[in-house]
Structure formats: C-alpha cells, structure tokens
Design a protein around this ligand. Structure first.
Ligand SMILES: *[C@@H]1O[C@H](CO)[C@@H](O)[C@H](O)[C@H]1NC(C)=O
Length: 222
C-alpha cells in the first residue's frame, strides 16, 4: 500500500505537471472571454490588440472564407489553400486555433512545407490524399488518408499532401495556433527577397551556377 508520503509526492508531481501545462500549448491561453483582433491597430503586439468590446459584433465570430470554390488550375502544383487564420478571421485572435481548406486537382501536390507555430490535424473531406511528414531524424512517415479519416502532423515538421485518388481531393487542416506560419523550403531557398547568395546555393546543393539559376527561374513569382 502506498504510504501517505508517496501519495503526497504523487499529488505534488501532478500539481507541478498541471502548472507547467500552459507552457506546452502552442499559443498562450487567452486572458479574457474574447479579444477580437483590431487588424488596423497602429500598435504592434505579439498577436493583435483587441477591438473595444462595445464595438464587437456577431459577425466578428463568423467567417465565410471557406465558401467560395477554389480553383486548382491556376498554378502548376494543382493546389489551392484557403486559410482562415487570424488575419482574415479576427475573432480567432488569442484563441489558439485556425483552419485551412486545401483543394487538390487530380495528381495535385501541396509541396513540402512546415508550420513553425502549430501542429496540423488533417480531415479529408473528399478523395484520397497521401500525407507525409519527416521527423527531425529524417524518418519519413506517410499514409493514404481517405474521406472522413484523420491524420496529424506534429508542429514544425516538414510535410506534404499529394492527391493519389482518381478525382479531386479536399481536406481541412486544423491548427492549434491562430497563425501557424508557413515555411516552404523551395521558396525559402530559391525565391527569397533579396536573393540568397549564389555561393550559398551552389555549395548547399553541390550544383553549378547554371543549375541554381534554372531552379530559381522555376520558383520566381510564387
Ligand atoms: C485559388 O482560388 C481562388 C478562387 O477561384 C483564385 O482566385 C486564386 O487565384 C486561387 N489561388 C491559387 C494559388 O491558385
């Protein structure tokens, strides 16, 4: 039987774990019922300042960002992501969540990318989507996810989504961050402004300047 002392120790450890829990959330917890983003505020803070509560309306907690059917034929990847992050949905400010709808044409690819501030819970609404992510030890995890099935991509890791079905595919990606951020390595290397020094690119990719120039020309304008 556990002694009173070891029970106390367990209670103490549990209390410490609970006290530490907010520190492991992706976004910090809110300090008030709501803080609808004032997107035009002059003051810059981490997140957005709150609109005056007296000016908050029902529509601040509503968004129709996902309603319009996105086109997937306007880019060579056959992908279109419609994001409802805090910058288009001010009611999300301080709530630590956001959502993206991604449409994929047949064979369409959401190219490898990562979200520095959020884990991603994928729900496939239509079609068959191969989701893959790479761990920090370069292990690749993949799974073909079908209608109504879920997949989770841990925070910050590189991942992609490829339509492997015979028709269009649609999935929702839910994030534990109001603005999860988006880093796409192809662009972060070949389409930066100003351009990354040629010497860095030739040495990184063990390629000549002509090959680097060819890569840059493919990603210019994205
Ligand atoms: C996504 O679809 C919208 C609506 O059709 C279109 O205006 C936009 O250009 C598309 N974006 C991409 C990246 O294809």
């Amino acid at each position: 039987m556990a002694s009173a002392r070891s029970v106390m120790l367990h209670v103490l450890l549990l209390a410490l774990a609970l006290a530490a829990a907010p520190a492991v959330l992706s976004d910090p917890p809110p300090l008030q019922d709501f803080c609808v983003a004032d997107l035009k505020a002059a003051t810059a803070v981490d997140g957005f300042p709150c609109k005056a509560p007296s000016t908050v309306e029902d529509d601040d907690f509503f968004s129709d960002a996902m309603v319009a059917a996105p086109r997937t034929d306007t880019n060579p990847f056959g992908v279109n992501s419609t994001r409802a992050t805090v910058s288009v949905f001010p009611g999300l400010n301080t709530l630590g969540l956001s959502i993206t709808r991604t449409d994929l044409a047949v064979g369409g690819l959401n190219p490898p990318h990562s979200h520095p501030r959020g884990s991603e819970l994928v729900l496939v609404l239509k079609g068959e989507v191969m989701v893959g992510f790479t761990s920090a030890t370069n292990r690749l995890f993949t799974k073909v996810v079908k209608e109504n099935e879920l997949y989770v991509v841990p925070r910050g890791l590189q991942h992609y989504q490829l339509n492997v079905g015979t028709g269009d595919a649609v999935f929702m990606a839910m994030f534990d961050a109001q603005s999860p951020g988006l880093v796409t390595p192809t662009l972060a290397l070949f389409a930066t402004e100003p351009a990354m020094p040629m010497e860095v690119l030739t040495k990184t990719f063990l390629m000549g300047e002509d090959d680097v120039t060819a890569m840059k020309s493919k990603f210019a304008g994205f």
